[in-house]
Design a protein around this ligand. Sequence first.
Ligand code: JFZ
Length: 480
Amino acid sequence: MNKTLKNCLLLLTFLATGVCVHAQEKLLPAQQEISLKYGADRLGKRSDKAMQHFRENRLGAFIHWGLYAIPGGEWNGKVYSGAAEWLKSWAKVPSDEWLQLMKQWNPTKFDARKWAKMAKEMGVRYVKITTKHHEGFCLWPSKYTKNTVEYTPYKKDLLGEMVKAYNDEGIDVHFYFSVMDWSHPDYRYDIKTPEDSAAFARFLEFTDNQLKELATRYPTVKDFWFDGTWDASIKKNGWWTAHVEQMLKEMLPGVTINSRLRADDYGKRHFDSNGHLMGDYESGYERRLPDPVKDLKVTRWDWEACMTVPENQWGYHKDWSLSYVKTPVEVLERIVHAVSMGGNMVVNFGPQADGDFRSEEKILATTIGRWMKKNGECIYGCDYAGWEKQAWGYYTRKNKEVYMVVFNAPYSNHLVVKTPKGTKVLKATVVGGKEVQVTETERNTYNVNMPVQNPGEPFVIKLQIDEAASAADNYRDALT
Ligand code: JFZ
């Protein structure tokens, strides 16, 4: 079977079966745990400063930019509706032909400072940049391959320009890195022969070199987000995934690494054979989110979700009419949803080949930014509040502040709040607005009035609470 066909089949299989989609934590009783050399490095969340910072950032932007932006989903006159960054695979384009696109790589409208301003205005605290996607084209002048920006008409170090510009705006840079490399002759999907082993060993050395190069050239990078790690070849080399994490952590103290990199001694991914999360945060929530009532287990570890604006386009696709495109409010709701369950959210952008952004993405960034400017205090540094989910929206919490983020205004004009035992609501104030009336209607149940003038967009109410409220109140339990 040729490589590209194999790619298609692999993708189809995991989309159909959800193989990598539902990485699950399955905890074994402690006495049944097996000993692992390449399992979780730690139990529970990391609590150091760098991890706290990662967590407090909460909102990020993904940038998927590579050669695939040039054809934008169209090959030889045919438009493919699948993800644009997979076009090489959909259209079965051989690598040498695909890499010819490098001759056209000249983003004349690219201005890193403009990109950074746009991110700043949107209110994102970090960007995740595709240093190298599955196609194998590198946005930095890597010494270890010719498939880089250096050998395009643009020539300059795109990644370096971006890192500097984002950092200058106070925005953290995270690196997306695809281990799977469709253009490297030594990449293998599986290891079946001694020849495969030898080739894959060379490939892993090449990958180590590229990663060391990235860590050395761009020491301000805060995070590596690995992708393209689902093939049997990598699952059979779990030791290597543990080694990469260690290597990067030695080179860059504090760096954070996603769970998607890792496979344990038995090829188990994300969560090891004992059910413990590997890497620093779970990265399986992609284009979907945990259920706010049923999936509260996610609040036990750090996690980061990412989402596309159309149904499933990461790289630039010229035709967004082929699938549903989320509105800014729908994107915003997903951001809040993630934070309300203790996660981060990364919103994807697929810049055009000329270095500009499509207008839909510019509008999205501006709209989210306007909202964040006013209401960002319910996002940054916020976490799961632990209060019972209500139909009007989501709770988030920062220390003593509990935020109600309202997406569905009720006809009753009352927002029902149920507090945990011993917690009273003393006062409610619209963020950027006035105080609203709170009425205790039952024990641990309140009606918070809608603002007199419906804000007409999702809004936030900040609650002042008393958590040491005495049990002696007006209520007695029903005798039945
Ligand atoms: C991968 C890439 O193939 C895709 O092009 C994009 O870069 C995205 C962010 O990551 O796609 C995946 C990888 C893993 C899952 C789903 C899609 N998963 O585990 O659910």
